[in-house]
Design a binder for this molecule. Structure first.
Ligand SMILES: Nc1ncnc2c1ncn2[C@@H]1O[C@H](COP(=O)(O)OP(=O)(O)OP(=O)(O)O)[C@@H](O)[C@H]1O
Length: 640
C-alpha cells in the first residue's frame, strides 16, 4: 500500500512489532489504509509469524457452487484476464480473480511462480479474506472497496512477505462489490504500473458486466469528450422506461455527480437537462448519432444510445399450432386435461387472462409455464408469485416495488417489483384466492390501468404482460362470502380452466411412464402390473406432486440392476394407505350407480391384492381363482 516512495522493510517490521507489543504504533510512518488493515488483522486474532489455523480451501463441490454463483463475473473476466496475463508473462507473476468473499476462482500464472504461489495457497478455492490471511491485496481491496497494492513486508503474515500484489474491485451496475482482480508476483519483480494496469482491467470487466446486466434497459454511453465513448473511461448509465436511472458504472456516477445509493432513486432529468423522451426521439431519427447532454452546471457530456426501443410484446411470427409443443409435451392422454389445453391454445397470444383452478399439485404451474412457452412472448420472463407464501406486510413491496428508503428494512437501492419484472412476458399469480383484500384492490387498479406505481411514490410505469392466475379455492364462493373481490374475479377470469385431479384422470399408466422417463431418460424403470393397478385406484390427495415424489423415492430404493418398482420400494405410509380399500372408483369411471359386475369383481381383486401386500398368488388363493385368471382380469381392466 504505497504512495510514491516505499517504506523500507525494516521500518515496516518495526512498526508492526510496536503494534503487536503496545497495541499501537506511530501512524505517521505508515500509510493510513495499511495501518487500518494491520489493525483489522490483529483484531482478527492473527499473528505475523503464527501458522494458519486450519487448511480452509473450499472443497471441489463448494468451489463448483461458487463458480456457478459467479458465472457472469467469470465469463466477462476470462478474456480480459488472458489479455492481462499476456502483459505480465515471464515476470514471475500470476493474474487472479476472487469473488466477493475473497475466494480465488480463476488463476493464470507463470509456471515457475505457480509452484511458489501454491505453497502459500494462492490457488483456486483458497480464501484470501483479511480475517484469514491478514493484510493482502485481495482481502484489503475487499475490506476497503478500493484498489490497493501490498508489497513485501506490508503483508501482515511474514509467510506472504515474498509477494508483491496489486488488486482492484469489480463493481456491479447497482454498486455491489462482485469480486477482485489481482496481479501477484515475486516482490523482486515489482513494477510501479501494475496497480494502474489492474485498475484498468477491472474497469474493462465492470463495463462489460454493466452493459450486459442492463441490456433490457436503455443505455447511455457517456463521456465529456466524444472520443472517450467506447473506451474504458466511458460512463455507462442504464435508464428505465420511466426515465429513472437503474444502473451505472463508477465512471458514470463520477461524471453525473451521483453516489451508488442514488442508483434506482434518481430520474435522469435530475442529472442532465435533456429528458428521456427527447433522447428517444433524437435516436429514432438518427440512430448512430452522438448526442450532447447538458448538465445543470452548464458542462456537456456526449452520449451514444443503445437499446432505445422500449420492449413490447412481440407479435406471433408463426401459427399457434407451431408453438403448442410445450403444452403437447405435458399431454399424456387424459381427455379432460387435453380439452383444457386445447382451450388454452386458443387464447395464447391474445390479451385474455387465464384462470386455472384445480386441487393442489395437479400441475397448474407447469400448465401455466407451458402456456407461456407456447406463447409469442415466450422469450420474455415467466414470473411466478405465490400469493399465499408472501408475508402480508411484504406483498405490496414485492409486487409493486419501492423507491429507495420507502420503508425501514427496504433495500437501499429500491426495488422494481415483480409486476415490472414480468414486462414483456407472463405474470403467474399462484394461490390468487389467498391474496389479502387490500392487495386485491391495488392489483385490480394495475390490471385496469396497466400501470404500476412503486411504494413511496414516483411515476406510474406502463406494464405489458400476459396474466395467468391459479387457485385451489372456489373463487365464486369466496366472492359470495366477501373474501374475494368479485370485480377482480371477473377481471382475472377471461378463461377459466379446471385441471383434473389425478384420481379423475384416465391416463394413469401413461403419466407414470412419463414421470419415470423424466426421472431416468436413459433406462426408465417399469412398475409391476399389480402395483400399478393398485396405484391407479388410490385417491392421491397430493395429486401429481405426490405421485412424482413417490416414484422418485421408489426409484431411489431400486437395487443396482433392478428395473421394476414393486411394493417393497414404496414408503411405509403409502403402503399402509394402499392397504385400505380403494376410496374412489377406478380412474376414468364415472358413477357408482353404474358399477356393474365387472367393476365389483375388480374392487374385490384390488382389495385382496392390497391385503396381501401385492402378492398375486396369495390374493388369487383368497379369491378362489387361479393366478392367471387374476392376472387376466387385471389386464382386462387396465386396457379398458
Ligand atoms: N404433467 C406433469 N408432468 C410431470 N410432472 C408433473 C406434471 N404436472 C405436475 N407434475 C409434478 O407435480 C409437481 C407440482 O406441480 P405444480 O406446482 O404445477 O402444481 P400446482 O397445481 O401448481 O400445485 P399448487 O396448487 O400446490 O401450487 C411438479 O413439481 C411436478 O413434480
Amino acid at each position: 500500500m504505497r504512495a510514491n516512495s516505499p517504506v523500507p522493510a525494516p521500518l515496516l517490521r518495526q512498526a508492526r512489532l510496536k503494534l503487536l507489543e503496545g497495541g499501537d504504533f506511530p501512524d505517521a510512518a505508515i500509510d493510513e489504509r495499511l495501518a487500518r488493515s494491520w489493525r483489522r488483522s490483529l483484531a482478527a486474532g492473527l499473528s505475523p509469524t503464527g501458522r494458519l489455523a486450519t487448511p480452509d480451501n473450499l472443497s471441489a463441490s463448494e468451489l463448483g457452487r461458487a463458480l456457478g454463483r459467479n458465472h457472469d463475473l467469470l465469463n466477462h473476466s476470462r478474456p480480459i484476464m488472458e489479455y492481462l496475463f499476456e502483459q505480465v508473462r515471464h515476470s514471475h507473476s500470476m493474474v487472479i480473480l476472487a469473488d466477493n468473499r475473497g475466494v480465488l476462482m480463476h488463476t493464470l500464472g507463470d509456471p515457475d511462480f505457480l509452484g511458489k504461489a501454491e505453497r502459500v495457497a494462492l490457488m483456486s478455492g483458497a480464501c484470501w479474506d483479511e480475517r484469514r490471511r491478514g493484510t493482502n491485496a485481495i482481502g484489503t481491496a475487499l475490506a476497503e472497496a478500493a484498489g490497493v497494492e501490498i508489497h513485501g513486508a506490508e503483508h501482515f503474515l511474514e509467510r506472504n512477505g515474498f509477494l508483491t500484489c496489486a488488486a482492484a474491485p469489480i463493481v456491479s451496475a447497482t454498486g455491489e462489490l462482485l469480486g477482485i482482480l489481482d496481479i501477484s508476483g515475486d516482490q523482486r519483480s515489482h513494477h510501479p504500473h501494475t496497480l494502474g494496469l489492474v485498475n484498468t482491467a477491472a474497469r474493462m470487466i465492470e463495463n462489460r458486466l454493466v452493459s450486459d446486466a442492463c441490456r433490457r434497459h436503455l443505455r447511455l454511453y457517456i463521456h465529456p469528450d466524444p472520443a472517450g465513448i467506447g473506451t474504458v473511461a466511458e460512463g455507462i448509465v442504464a435508464v428505465a422506461e420511466d426515465g429513472w436511472i437503474v444502473g451505472a458504472n463508477r465512471n458514470a456516477l463520477r461524471m453525473l455527480g451521483l453516489a451508488t445509493a442514488d442508483i434506482g432513486g434518481t430520474p435522469l432529468f435530475r442529472t442532465v437537462d435533456t429528458r428521456l423522451e427527447d433522447i428517444l426521439a433524437q435516436t429514432r431519427r438518427r440512430p448512430q448519432q452522438t448526442l450532447s447532454l447538458r448538465r445543470h452546471d452548464g458542462s456537456v457530456l456526449y452520449a451514444r444510445v443503445d437499446g432505445h426501443e422500449p420492449r413490447v410484446l412481440s407479435t406471433p411470427s408463426t401459427t399457434a399450432d407451431a408453438h403448442a409443443d410445450a403444452l403437447a409435451a405435458l399431454d399424456t392422454g387424459d381427455a379432460r386435461w387435453r380439452t383444457a389445453a386445447a382451450k388454452a391454445r386458443r387464447i395464447v397470444g391474445k390479451d385474455i387472462p387465464l384462470l386455472l383452478s384445480g386441487e393442489s399439485g395437479v400441475g397448474k404451474e407447469l400448465f401455466a409455464r407451458a402456456v407461456h412457452e407456447s406463447s409469442p412472448q415466450r422469450d420474455g420472463p415467466f414470473i411466478a408469485i405465490n400469493c399465499a407464501a408472501l408475508p402480508e406486510n411484504l406483498i405490496e413491496a414485492e409486487l409493486f416495488g419501492y423507491l429507495p428508503g420507502a420503508f425501514t428494512g427496504a433495500r437501499k437501492e429500491g426495488y422494481i417489483g415483480r409486476l415490472r419484472e414480468a414486462e414483456g412476458g407472463t405474470l403467474f399469480l399462484d394461490e390468487i384466492g389467498d391474496m389479502p383484500l387490500t392487495m386485491q384492490t391495488r392489483l385490480l387498479r394495475v390490471l385496469q390501468e396497466r400501470k404500476v406505481t412503486a411504494l413511496g411514490g414516483g411515476t406510474a410505469v406502463d406494464v405489458h404482460f400476459s396474466l395467468i392466475c391459479a387457485t385451489h379455492r372456489d373463487l365464486p364462493a369466496a366472492c359470495a362470502s366477501g373474501q374475494f373481490r368479485s370485480d377482480l374475479y371477473y377481471r382475472l377470469n377471461g378463461l377459466t380452466l379446471q385441471l383434473p385431479a389425478l384420481r379423475e384422470r384416465n391416463d394413469f399408466a401413461a403419466l407414470c411412464d412419463k414421470l419415470l422417463n423424466d426421472l431416468f431418460p436413459e433406462a426408465p424403470p417399469a412398475i409391476t402390473p399389480a402395483l400399478q393397478h393398485r396405484l391407479s385406484t388410490y385417491a392421491w390427495p397430493g395429486n401429481l406432486r405426490q405421485l412424482a415424489s413417490v416414484l422418485r423415492t421408489a426409484c431411489a430404493m431400486l437395487d443396482p440392476g433392478e428395473t421394476r418398482i414393486d411394493w417393497a420400494h414404496l414408503p411405509d405410509d403409502l403402503i399402509a394407505a394402499l392397504q385400505q380399500p380403494p376410496e374412489n372408483p377406478p380412474a376414468g369411471s364415472v358413477d357408482r350407480k353404474q358399477q356393474n359386475l365387472a367393476e365389483l369383481s375388480l374392487a374385490a381383486i384390488q382389495q385382496a391384492i392390497a391385503s396381501h401386500d401385492g402378492n398375486l398368488s396369495a390374493a388369487a388363493r383368497q379369491l378362489g381363482i387361479s393366478r392367471q385368471t387374476l392376472y387376466r382380469k387385471m389386464k382386462g381392466n387396465s386396457s379398458t
